[in-house]
Design a protein around this ligand. Sequence first.
Ligand code: IPE
Ligand code: IPE
Ligand code: MG
Length: 260
Amino acid sequence: MATSKFTSSTRSIPERDDGPRHVAIIMDGNGRWARKRFLPRVAGHVRGVETVRTIIRCSIERKVSHLTLFAFSSENWRRPAEEVSFLMQLFMRSLKKEIERIHENDIRFRVIGDLSRFDASLVSMIRDAERLTENNTRLNLTIAANYGGRWDILQAVNKLVATSGSVEDITEEALEPHLSMAFAPEPDLFIRTGGEKRISNFLLWQLAYTELYFTDTLWPDFGDTAFDTALASYGKRERRFGRTSEQLEGSAGDEGEALA
Ligand code: IPE
Ligand code: IPE
Ligand code: MG
């Protein structure tokens, strides 16, 4: 069975003093940004795409290797049909417009989530974009679309069960390669804009030991400075992974050390 390249962060400790390798963001607050300006909610989504562009550039400049953006949750289908359809159109339009630039900038593009509810034309556009950029290495950009953390865990369990001989085969290590972010280290830093302090069914498994950062800034207002403030906050955290501060003092930089 294929094994994941990265050990779970709950088992391995990343190098101290490094910036985050993987930043995962819930881009929230587009609707409120628009409402504050007496604009329709969807105007906020349009502005939000500009922030996506800014944060991709910042991530490259700050040497983040994985950027994962929550664009549409499995619960977002509950929104008014016109908003859902606008978001789908915006996703398609943005992908069509930006994919060449993404490729030229050596960015690897992926989408995670249950694509079975999407139009075939959108799915084929996504798959083409993934193929086009599959050898790029500067930044791994992942868009979570129709994604839900519970869906992710369940689909991984289903795949594992289908290949397992007995219950003893069902282990964390065996499950991880089936999760939709198996290609990436677990997020080091989670950012949620827009003021809410919840995970909203984003990467439930993968966020087990992620540093959480919440800001009231609305996604369309989030920019270079706000991103740097989040990185600075991360830089001040002590990632103990169950250990004590004293233990960490004595073992700076023991990357990948397995916990007993
Ligand atoms: C986030 O902004 C974008 C998506 C969920 C697609 P919202 O649309 O949730 O904005 P608010 O939370 O209503 O302000
Ligand atoms: C979470 O935002 C999902 C995305 C940003 C895509 P929501 O605005 O939908 O989250 P809740 O429903 O308020 O928690
Ligand atoms: Mg919201």
